[in-house]
Design a protein around this ligand. Structure first.
Ligand code: S3P
Length: 168
């Protein structure tokens, strides 16, 4: 079984994914880290050198490469579900879980480490709030195609595993 954790930047996909993988004795893959190790440069540098359009192409390819894996939790970058037919492909090949977070939680979590995220690195506090609110509202319809939606703020890995039991 492949489990895709999807959701906005800062929703806690990587942290939750690692915990879930440990409990289920699955492997864990962070798609962004995979891309960084394959390209040899950071996502931020990739955006600067080659632009977002090219990033979305290699991101799609990295996602496709996961379809052949087994028993893996895959934490995906926040944009993955919103480009090409990635969301449908994830649903076809595995189980998608949307970690739903609201803007205050997202802003709180993104304050530190902002510079590693190319989409927000140069934004002031005020710009950040407007930008993130708009982007989240554009993306929610993609995220809501997930098979399971969980609240990122009150996420309990134990409760999630209970929900997953009959699906695994
Ligand atoms: C992006 C989210 C990032 C990373 C890239 C683009 C996005 O991943 O893939 O900076 O479009 O939302 P995280 O969601 O892990 O921060």
């Amino acid at each position: 079984m492949l489990i895709y954790l999807i959701g906005f930047m800062g929703s806690g996909k990587t942290t939750a994914g690692k915990k879930l993988a440990r409990k289920l004795a699955y492997d864990f893959v962070d798609l962004d880290l995979l891309i960084e190790s394959e390209t040899g440069i950071s996502i931020s540098t990739y955006f600067e050198q080659f632009g977002e359009e090219n990033f979305r192409l290699i991101e799609q390819q990295a996602l496709k490469n996961t379809f052949k894996l087994e028993n893996v939790i895959i934490s995906t970058g926040g944009g993955v579900p919103c480009f090409f037919n990635n969301m449908d492909e994830m649903n076809k090949n595995g189980l998608s879980i949307y970690l739903k977070a609201d803007i205050p939680l997202i802003i709180n979590r993104l304050q530190s480490g902002k510079d590693q995220r190319p989409l927000i690195k140069n934004k002031s506090k005020e710009e950040l709030k407007n930008y993130l609110s708009k982007l989240l509202s554009e993306r929610e319809s993609y995220y809501n195609k997930a098979k399971l939606v969980v609240n990122a703020k009150s996420l309990s890995i134990e409760a999630l595993i209970e929900e997953l039991k009959d699906k695994l």
